[in-house]
Design a protein around this ligand. Structure first.
Ligand SMILES: [Zn+2]
Length: 223
């Protein structure tokens, strides 16, 4: 029943996927959305996967690969980390990613191997956000927006987005409809509590409707 529904959706709401070749000619920024334990690490919290999920681990591996390559090239990276004050809930979701806990930290493969350099790299910007929409979560008290500043400062012309979940946080970010082209790397998916295949497809379709290009493979041009 579910697979028949998904087949029908894919037919009615097609999401073409292409490959993306990155080169120095188009200044591209990498955006990592919520690669935190609370969403990506098995058993890490209320919104974490309850068991190993191939799609999530593929997404994390690909995100780490891209983050490393971007940092090697000194290309700009922006990482959102969902982080909440313990007294401020985010309905309709149960408590998750509470500040200061492991849930609000980058996943182990970023954390143990990569976090230190990611934090210290001049090309990486980390932003803790307390709402689904990373763009809104980038607004500071003085009205400035860290994400906008990052785009302007780095003169970014295209954005590559990877992360979790394609139907919630990644989607909200893409719905911002930036003037820069957005590429959403596929093989990204959701936590429990929403049907993964179904909502992943719908999320990608909606992102596509806002001008995002869905890419299944990302490679770098030889220099
Ligand atoms: Zn949250």
């Amino acid at each position: 029943m579910v697979s028949a529904t998904i087949d029908l959706l894919k037919k009615e709401l097609p999401v073409e996927q292409t490959s993306l070749l990155l080169s120095q000619d188009i200044k591209t920024g990498l955006v990592l959305v919520d690669l935190v334990n609370g969403f990506c690490t098995v058993g890490a919290g209320n919104l974490a996967p309850v068991q190993h999920d191939k799609q999530i681990s593929c997404m994390v591996q690909e995100s780490v690969r891209l983050a490393r390559l971007f940092c090697e090239k000194k290309w700009p990276v922006f990482a959102f980390l969902d982080t909440h004050h313990p007294d401020i809930l985010e309905p309709p979701y149960p408590p998750h990613c509470i500040a200061g806990t492991d849930e609000a930290r980058l996943v182990p493969c970023l954390c143990i191997i990569d976090l230190q350099w990611l934090e210290n790299e001049a090309n990486a910007t980390l932003r803790r956000k307390d709402c689904i929409d990373g763009f809104l979560g980038s607004v500071d008290k003085d009205g400035s927006n860290l994400f906008v500043d990052w785009v302007n400062k780095n003169q970014i012309k295209a954005i590559l987005v990877v992360g979790i979940c394609t139907d919630i946080c990644v989607l909200d970010f893409c719905l911002r409809n930036f003037r820069s082209p957005i590429h959403v790397a596929q093989d990204i998916d959701g936590a429990l509590a929403h049907p993964q295949d179904l909502m992943h497809h719908i999320g990608l379709y909606m992102a596509k409707g806002r001008g995002a290009r869905i890419v299944s493979e990302v490679s770098f041009a030889a220099e």
